[in-house]
Ligand binder design. Structure first.
Ligand code: HEC
Length: 137
């Protein structure tokens, strides 16, 4: 009788332990998303200076695909047959946070190559601010 009680007690503790372990794992997942690109905060406030800096860099590195005005009609996009969004349309980038945009510009996506190592982080944020400004017109 006593042996059974001890086994039951052991099983009980095992269940409690396993149940406690689960929320812990979920917590770790939350911490992971906290470091996610969408949570990256733009440290460069948008300003006429930042937008002007971003515009310059955009003209050199982005306009050949995304177009001078952000319409997605750059020469390279045409020759590569890329279908790009029109950044003049405010809804085009509404689901993308500044942090996500920063990550796309740094790391690239699909047929777009990233600027990592070529553009300084601050300059990338200026470009983010510039791309945002395209939609306001
Ligand atoms: C070779 C052409 C090319 C160049 C140069 C380029 N992009 Fe892109 N970009 C793309 C393509 C193609 C996508 C879509 C990628 C996908 O979703 O597969 C894209 C996606 C993006 C996105 C994500 C939102 C969206 O439109 O899907 C942003 C933001 C962006 N580009 C900004 C930039 C900026 C800023 C630069 C300059 C630093 C740049 N791109 C340079 C081709 C280019």
């Amino acid at each position: 009788m006593r042996a059974i009680a001890i086994v039951l007690w052991g099983v009980l503790w095992l269940t409690v332990w396993l149940q406690e372990k689960k929320p812990g794992e979920e917590k770790a997942g939350v911490e992971k998303t906290a470091g996610n690109s969408s949570k990256l905060v733009n440290p460069v406030k948008t300003s006429p200076e930042s937008i002007a800096q971003g515009k310059k860099a955009y003209g050199f590195d982005c306009a050949m695909c995304h177009g001078k005005e952000g319409a997605g009609d750059g020469d390279l996009a045409e020759s590569m047959h890329l279908k790009l969004k029109d950044y003049r349309d405010a809804s085009a980038l509404k689901d993308l946070t500044d942090g996500e945009m920063y990550t796309v510009i740094m790391s690239g996506k699909g047929q777009m190559t990233g600027e990592e190592g070529r553009m300084k982080p601050e300059q990338v944020w200026n470009v983010v601010n510039y791309v945002r400004s395209l939609a306001k017109k």
